[in-house]
Design a protein. Structure first.
Length: 421
């Protein structure tokens, strides 16, 4: 039996595996390495985060993105976006050096069993571990507006479904959304000869400005310090203090996680969009129906048109019931927060003992940093400490009460109330 199974081999899963192996835990990692960047982003896309804010995390700090780029002769400069295929290659390089070997099979199901957990791969092989860390990324949580869901795969898709946009060359495509995924997808489509329009609910498209130099006069740095999530003191809090963020009231955390660092386009894609993309803001799809092999769309703002395909670049919603690797009966046992996302303790443990969560599923607990690669370092260090504590309890034959239950006990004790088990 392993100490820890890591399900997912993206930035969070690989960082957790690196820290766990360095801590002496017996770790097994499953998942296609850097799948989101390798299989779900078309060539030509660029990394929006700064290279210095995009490191995967190993305890010794030897395998950052800058080290990889120096080895490969690639630029890793502030204010110069990196192609996503280079970032995917960096993640694979990291996995080869900083983690146990990655088993690229996908895990079909995880469930608790006496003494720990079992994970069944898609080919039916079963593995056991005391603890499991789910670092499943964003792909299980795609959000497509209800008004277009029934059109079928030939006429509607999510932006994350495409590693190649060439199938749309010469067609008419409508992209829903006003964030980076929508804007960059639309730019790439236009540049390959696709007629493309953007339809967005927001009243305007917001554009990020070119970041200021990293080395600035101290007055400018104090006014708006650099962080891995962008400039400003609010971003400094989100980036530097996820543990403190978790102490905020639950409704406040949910509101911030949903609204902070909202949809906006990178400065370097603006000219490309405005040169070749038709933009309609203040519109949402009211009805969408098939007519003679095309989609006939009517927006709430009175716009009417026909299109060949709709790409929904409308983000992700990481609710508990969408964690598909957990069977329905297991999902039903998880405690959820007010926004439907899963509860995690201060060590990223869910309400099921020994089941740990990482990445987007934890943004309502630890803040907006968990939506970005930047949050992987904090997560890996703290989550692995939680796994170590859990494994020690298991080895000593102690109680495997989850951190959820422990927090309820402590809260009730402080309030002078009896504790009901």
């Amino acid at each position: 039996m392993h100490d820890l199974l890591v399900v997912g081999a993206g930035p969070y899963g690989l960082s957790i595996a690196s820290h766990a192996a360095a801590a002496g835990l017996d770790v097994r990692v499953f998942g296609r390495t850097m799948a989101s960047w390798r299989d779900h982003m078309p060539r030509g896309m660029l990394l929006k985060s700064e290279p210095w804010a995009s490191d995967l995390s190993d305890p010794a700090g030897r395998y950052g993105l800058a080290a990889y780029c120096a080895r490969e002769g690639l630029p890793a400069e502030h204010g110069r976006p990196l192609p996503v295929e280079h970032f995917a290659s960096y993640g694979r390089w990291f996995a080869e050096r900083a983690t146990p070997p990655v088993d690229e099979r996908l895990v079909a199901a995880v469930r608790p069993v006496p003494g720990g957990h079992e994970a069944r791969t898609e080919d039916g092989e079963v593995h056991h571990a005391r603890a499991v860390a789910l670092a499943v990324g964003v792909l299980p949580f795609t959000e497509i507006p209800r008004s277009v869901r029934g059109l079928g795969d030939a006429h509607v898709s999510h932006s994350s479904h495409h590693a190649d946009l060439l199938r749309f060359r010469g067609q008419d495509v409508t992209v829903l959304g006003a964030g980076q995924a929508a804007l960059e997808t639309a730019a790439l489509l236009a540049e390959q000869g696709t007629r493309v329009r953007i339809l967005a609910r927001s009243p305007r498209v917001r554009w990020n400005t070119m970041p200021p130099p990293r080395q600035r006069p101290w007055r400018e740095s104090v006014r708006a310090p650099h962080t891995g999530l962008g400039c400003g003191w609010r971003n400094t809090f989100y980036a530097s203090a996820p543990g403190l963020f978790r102490l905020l009231p639950e409704p406040t955390r949910a509101r911030v996680a949903a609204g902070a660092l909202g949809p906006a386009g990178a400065w370097w894609v603006r000219d490309r969009v405005e040169a070749g993309v038709e933009i309609h803001t203040g519109h949402r799809v009211e009805t969408a129906e098939l007519a003679d092999g095309r989609v006939r769309v009517r927006s709430g703002g009175g716009l009417r048109f026909e299109t060949d395909h709709i790409i929904a670049a409308t983000g992700f919603r990481a609710t508990t019931h969408r964690i598909g690797v957990l069977p329905p009966d297991v999902r039903g046992r998880l405690r959820s927060l007010v926004d439907g996302t899963p509860y995690v303790s201060d060590r990223f443990e869910s309400s099921l003992p020994g089941l740990f969560l990482a990445g987007l599923t934890t943004a309502s607990s630890f803040g907006p940093a968990m939506r970005f690669v930047y949050g992987a370092a904090f997560t890996a260090e703290r989550l692995v400490r939680g796994v170590e504590r859990y494994v020690r309890r298991a080895d000593s034959g102690g109680s495997l009460m989850s951190d959820t239950a422990g927090e309820r006990v402590n809260s009730a004790s402080r309030a002078g109330r009896p504790v009901m088990h």
